[in-house]
Design a protein around this ligand. Structure first.
Ligand SMILES: [Zn+2]
Ligand SMILES: [Zn+2]
Length: 291
């Protein structure tokens, strides 16, 4: 019975991307950004409420850095950990920690130029490291990752993303994505590879409803629910030279690097290739005349 209970507990690692790129509406709308944070905290509480043994972790990232938000390494003082306004101590601690750390992160990144892309792949890597550690310490952990982001296209981190996606596939960790910005083919690929759910919120104001509806149920229950249909995944790869998505490109036969134009020396592994000559033309043979 004890084992059964253990197998039913689930760990959710939330990756919150607060990298405020120029394209993002969140940058221009602080009220909306606050609403997103509220929704994430409420959703975290809902996940912890589902089962007694459910666990939660939260990583945030912006254009400069990734930050571990929750749980903290050092436990907060017991004196601070008392009920306030009838709120459960655990939820209170979670909410205060998340608000404090996100505020610190925002303060630090306020001076940043905001030109770079979000460090989303790094944050995903940290999430996977955490899951891997817990899987070693406690035998059975049903873990999944949920990304909440408004910056879909981080094509320059294409390789990092692919490494993260295939690692989580190997670890048996689902990656779900709730996208608040434009469609992201890269994250769609991640969901498809790991078997997670991709969902683009049509209106960021309704984020909490979408989160509770699509991402709160455990993956095992999902086939019993009427969830939004799977999106058609754009499986284009990014070339290594310009970091742009290409339909047709050249692939190095040694290291599998993708480039959009032929180059005689692979820029990644320095293998030398022969220039592709013109295709040999077969001499036309006359049709034998029928007698
Ligand atoms: Zn290129
Ligand atoms: Zn190569």
């Amino acid at each position: 019975m004890e084992n059964e209970d253990q197998s039913e507990s689930s760990l959710l690692v939330l990756v919150l991307d607060i990298g405020l790129s120029r394209a993002t509406t969140l940058r221009n709308d602080p009220a909306l950004a606050a609403q997103v944070l509220e929704a994430v905290i409420a959703f975290s509480n809902a996940h912890l409420m589902m089962k007694l043994k459910n666990q939660l972790a939260l990583v945030a990232c912006d254009t400069e850095t990734t930050e571990w938000i929750y749980p903290e390494d050092k436990k907060s003082d017991l004196a601070e950990l008392r009920q306030q306004d009838g709120q459960h101590e655990l939820f209170n601690e979670l909410e205060r920690t998340v608000r404090r750390k996100i505020a610190e992160l925002l303060k630090r990144s306020a001076g940043a130029t905001g030109k770079g892309e979000s460090m989303l792949s790094g944050a995903l890597g940290r999430a996977l490291c955490y899951i891997h550690r817990l899987q070693h310490e406690e035998r059975r952990v049903n873990a999944r990752v949920l990304v909440v982001t408004a910056n879909g296209q981080s094509v320059s981190q294409y390789m990092n993303f692919m490494n993260v996606f295939f690692t989580s596939q190997k670890l048996g960790v689902l990656i779900d994505v709730c996208c608040l910005g434009p469609e992201s083919s890269l994250l769609q690929q991640g969901c498809d590879i790991t078997g997670g759910q991709y969902f683009r919120a049509p209106q960021p104001q309704g984020l909490l409803q979408y989160l509770l509806w699509v991402f709160l149920p455990e993956p095992l229950l999902r086939n019993k629910l009427a969830l939004p249909p799977r999106v058609k995944v754009d499986y284009r790869a990014a070339c290594f030279c310009h970091r742009e998505l290409v339909d047709i490109g050249f692939v190095c036969s040694v290291c599998l690097s993708i480039v959009c134009k032929f180059s005689p020396i692979c820029t990644t592994c320095h293998t030398v290739f022969k220039a592709p000559g013109a295709l040999p033309v077969k001499p036309k043979r006359k049709k034998p005349k029928l007698a």
